[in-house]
Design a protein around this ligand. Sequence first.
Ligand SMILES: Cc1ncc(COP(=O)(O)O)c(C=O)c1O
Length: 429
Amino acid sequence: MEQDLPSLASKYLMGGVSSSFRRNPFTGEPFYVQRAEGPHIWDIRGRRYIDFFMGHGACPLGHKRPEIIGAVRDALDLGLFAEHDSYLSAGLAGKIVEHVPCAEKVRYTNSGSEATLLCMRLARGYTGRDKIARIDGHFHGVHDYVLCNNLAHKIDAENPGDRPSRIGGLTAGIPQAIRDTLYVIPWNRADVFESLAREKPGEIAAIIMNPIDYNNGCITTTSEYLEAVRETCDRHGIVLIFDEVLSGFRTGLSCAQGYYGVTPDLCALAKALTNGFPLAAVAGKEAVMRKIMDPADPVIAGGTFSGNLLGCAAGLAAFGIMEAPGFYDGWHARADAFLGALQGLLDKSGVPARVQWLGPNFFIYFGIREPVTGYGQFDKLDRKLMGRFFTRCIEEGLYFHTDFTVSAQHTQPVLDEALSLFDEVIQTL
Ligand SMILES: Cc1ncc(COP(=O)(O)O)c(C=O)c1O
């Protein structure tokens, strides 16, 4: 039966997949999986791979964590009521408020995309303004407001960096009118944001950004930039939104906002929040969040499965793992040593490539040796070499897709095995 999965999938699933991001970007093929455990996945032929995709980066703690599976089983025993709040939804919100600096109140959604959509709507409702400033190249999911200029290859490449970007690449089905709801500006240019805010007084409801850009590999920012953006927001009454769907709980329990020491007004959390169960959250300052309960004109925020029991049970169990003393130190130390050794292997063999990481997420930029600080460097990328390398990795049993992740269950022996497989792949390049 499982041998027939590709034909079954291509017969009934549109494009053979359930998400358009599911075809492997290197092989161009869907990758069908039988099961997953710890740092491993098994394909439908039963072949084992060391997984560096970890379910779109949603399972950084490892697949099938017994603590999480156990908590979800217990929640099923409660009767799987999803449509009422419980100790689980309130308890998980309590954990978010305890650890995430901006979080004073929480409202759940089911996906990261819904969370960024709600952040934007909430900012609009709270300020009474329509426009959202976004960063050229930042990914925030799949709703209409975020599908242009949403990855490095879709930026306004003609922008020298000192002005707002041209809005382009609106894909089929997105109304052109969306252009009138956005300003798109380059990242790490606080001066461009300040000028825009000054030129458009009272227009901009919010700015949304990824405090760490893991969607275009691994590109970081600075506390100074984020502080300057924070100051512009405060000066002009603009809501600061961090999309922490991917960056959340990687650098620590306080997410990227704690790492950089700059607190937004709202943030979107998902993926690591539940280590792979479908639940997301908007967390933020009470003054802004309160607009959801405005008796006169509320921002609507809710749905059948918001705060669902299984996601909340998984989230609480995930916090139980992440709160263990020394948890992040050990995880990060393993990832640092492994990724440093991988860079060493590439250097030794003369392959021009830069391994770049922050916390457990990383990328390998082929064709570039210096630190990657912006998309301007992407024309130097050797995409052919990159495609060959990752296709060979998959053939050797190292699974790569997007969202490169060293999970907390990539133990030392697993990472040693991965390094020796990498070495073999590098020799064949
Ligand atoms: C930074 C970021 N924001 C938003 C999303 C959308 O989340 P979801 O796929 O849960 O809708 C993603 C998904 O990869 C993401 O990486």
